[in-house]
Design a protein around this ligand. Structure first.
Ligand code: FEO
Length: 167
C-alpha cells in the first residue's frame, strides 16, 4: 500500500519521465533538421528509453494498488544553438532528474516504503549511466570543435545506438 505522499511523488516522477521523453524527441527533430541522422537516432532511442522509465513507474504504482494520475506535459525547448548546446542541456536535465529520483528515494525511506526504495534502486543506477554517457558525448563534441570530418565520425558512432545500449 502506497502512502498518499509517495503515490503523489511517483505520479510526479511519471510526468518528469514523460517530459524527458518529449525533450529528447524535440532534440531528435533538431538533429534531423541539421542533417545529423546519427545524433537524431541517439535522441530517438533516448526518447524511447524515457518512455520506458515512465512506464516502469506507471506499472509499479498499479502493482502497489495505487492510482496513476497523468499530468500535463509542458512544451519542450524547440530551438538549440548547436549540437554541443543540445548535449549540454541534456546533461543538465539528467542531473535534475537524478536529484528528483534521490528526493523520491529519501521520501520513500522516510515513509518506511521498502518496495519503492527497491524499485528506485534501478533508477539510481540508471541515472549514473545516463549522466556518464551524455557527459562523454559533451566531452567528445568539445574536442571536435569546428571539424566537420570529426563531427561526421561522431554522428556515425551515435547512429549505432540501440535501445538498452548507452552510446
Ligand atoms: Fe529517465 Fe533520463 O531519466
Amino acid at each position: 500500500m502506497l502512502t498518499e505522499a509517495v503515490e503523489q511523488a511517483l505520479n510526479d516522477q511519471i510526468q518528469k519521465e514523460l517530459y524527458s521523453s518529449y525533450i529528447y524527441l524535440s532534440m531528435a527533430a533538431y538533429f534531423e533538421a541539421e542533417n545529423l541522422p546519427g545524433a537524431a537516432n541517439w535522441m530517438r532511442t533516448q526518447h524511447d528509453e524515457e518512455h520506458g522509465h515512465a512506464m516502469k513507474i506507471f506499472d509499479f504504482v498499479i502493482d502497489r494498488g495505487g492510482l496513476v494520475q497523468l499530468q500535463a506535459i509542458q512544451q519542450p525547448p524547440l530551438t538549440f544553438g548547436s549540437p554541443l548546446e543540445v548535449f549540454e542541456q541534456s546533461l543538465a536535465h539528467e542531473r535534475k532528474v537524478s536529484k528528483s529520483i534521490h528526493d523520491l528515494y529519501a521520501l520513500a525511506a522516510q515513509e518506511n516504503d521498502y518496495p519503492t526504495q527497491a524499485m528506485l534502486q534501478w533508477f539510481i543506477n540508471e541515472q549514473v549511466e545516463e549522466e556518464k554517457s551524455v557527459g562523454d558525448i559533451v566531452a567528445q563534441i568539445k574536442m571536435i570543435q569546428d571539424s566537420p570530418a570529426a563531427m561526421y565520425m561522431l554522428d556515425q558512432q551515435l547512429g549505432s545506438r540501440t535501445i538498452g545500449a548507452a552510446a
